[in-house]
Design a protein around this ligand. Structure first.
Ligand code: SAH
Length: 431
């Protein structure tokens, strides 16, 4: 099973190219360091061409996909039907507006987050799913994540790898990280890797540059998720080939941020996100839902702050209270609270991708499918070697116990049952 479908490059205009996937077009960014020609077959991730492949290989993959591609689309369309007749009068006009292509307002979002009745939630999720389908088609981005170190200098009140915690710590050697990327690329066809760690300065810029540039040259998108580093470091890593950064701001409430993340600064994190965007990074950002005292208005503030940072992808998940941390005995959210935030985010920011996070799966194992049917369209597969994965204990009982083999087949099954395909067609041409 191939984890990305190749596309044909049909036009080039400077750094911008046009890709064709079975007749559908997608505008993409071409890497200035590679030499592309019209007619090349390529893989793209997140709107960036990451590698070229031989025509014969591309045609064989496309041949295997061609029937299923259209069948999946049909299935997705069928699952994206909306029945607004069941909507109560107080939400009908909001949902109609969203269903007809308009973005909803902050006040609308607040009304939607208050919903409780299952039949109202059902119609909210249906509309969010229909919006996802109209804007993104059945495209789903599936990235691999490698959690390469659980050392962290920070002391975040919610996090299980905070520095005070007495847990076994590990660091993957640069070669080990590179080999894992190489192996999972060859074996499963991953084309994008999120490299995540605690804030661990043991990896200096030169070490990270080597990891990034080697993985980039294997033909993959490198997504950094390493927390705060200087703008100069991120600039060097961009030059080494990193093109995306996952950095959550955690909460838009600066006072809560600074209370729960002692010694760190809200403004510094937001400024870094803005700088990363200016440098050219694709941004994934978001927050934790359900910090102590959080109101619905604050949750909406979180979504809108994320939107203002112009992310390619929203990444948020519920707080999972974790042993040995100051928030250990804090209550958990319900699955519906999280699904509502996914649906409302889809209606507030139609064009972005929305990730289904493992924190949601940890809250409820069945939630992944429901999240995909409530507006989400992206996922990560955990590639961290099992012996380290357990130690990357950012929260208790993380839903990431499957081997890579099993996780890949599980994900493929899920995507196919929902009519989704791992293409880079999201937002199509012109966006
Ligand atoms: N050092 C990196 C990566 C941090 S871990 C950085 O600072 O960006 C990735 C994410 O896990 C964090 O951004 C946080 O949002 C989430 N996380 C940590 N502890 C959590 C918990 N107990 N419940 C839910 N999410 C948590």
């Amino acid at each position: 099973m191939c984890y990305a479908i190749p596309a044909k490059l049909t036009a080039i205009n400077g750094q911008i190219g046009m890709l064709d996937y079975f007749g559908e077009q997608r505008k993409v960014l071409l890497d200035e360091t590679e030499n592309y020609q019209i007619g090349d077959y390529v893989f793209a991730q997140g709107g960036i061409v990451v590698s070229k492949l031989e025509e014969a290989e591309a045609l064989a993959i496309l041949d295997a996909w061609k029937d299923i591609f259209f069948e999946l689309k049909r299935q997705d369309q069928e699952l994206a039907q909306v029945n607004l007749q069941t909507a109560s009068p107080n939400i009908l006009s909001i949902l109609q507006k969203a269903n007809h292509g308009q973005e909803i307002t902050r006040a609308d979002a607040e009304i939607l987050l208050q919903l409780q009745h299952p039949h109202e939630l059902k119609v909210l999720y249906e509309v969010a799913n229909a919006v996802r389908q109209k804007v993104h088609g059945n495209a789903s981005c599936i990235h691999g994540i490698i959690e390469f170190s659980n050392y962290c200098k920070n002391s975040c009140h919610y996090c299980g790898i905070r520095c005070e915690r007495d847990i076994p710590r590990y660091r993957m050697q640069p070669e080990e990280i590179i080999e894992l990327a190489r192996d999972t690329m060859q074996r499963y066809g991953f084309k994008a890797f999120v490299l995540q760690s605690g804030e661990d300065e043991w990896y200096d810029d030169a070490m990270l540059e080597k990891i990034v540039s080697t993985i980039k040259h294997l033909g993959a998108l490198v997504f950094l998720s390493i927390g705060i580093r200087s703008a100069e470091s991120y600039q060097r890593l961009y030059q080494a080939g990193a093109r995306a950064a996952l950095l959550r701001f955690e909460t838009s409430n600066a006072a809560t941020f600074e209370k729960l993340r002692p010694g760190t600064s809200f403004n510094e994190r937001i400024n870094l996100l803005r700088e990363l965007k200016t440098m050219g990074y694709i941004i994934a950002t978001g927050f934790i839902i359900g910090f102590p005292g959080e109101t619905h208005a604050e949750t909406i503030g979180n979504i809108l702050l994320a939107k203002s940072l112009q992310p390619d992808m929203h990444s948020f998940g519920p707080l999972i209270p974790t042993v040995d941390t100051p928030l250990a005995s804090y209550p958990k959210l319900t699955k519906a609270e999280v699904l509502k935030v996914i649906a409302v985010t889809r209606l507030l920011d139609r064009n972005s991708n929305i990730l289904v996070t493992s924190a949601l799966e940890t809250l409820d194992a069945s939630a992944r499918k429901e999240a995909f049917l409530a507006g989400a369209n992206s996922m990560m597969i955990n590639l961290t070697p099992l012996e380290y994965r357990e130690q990357y204990a950012i929260y208790d009982n993380r839903a990431c116990k499957l081997s890579v083999d099993d996780a890949v087949s599980d994900t493929v099954q899920l995507l196919f049952s929902l009519g989704r395909a791992p293409t880079d067609l999201s937002m199509k041409a012109g966006n």
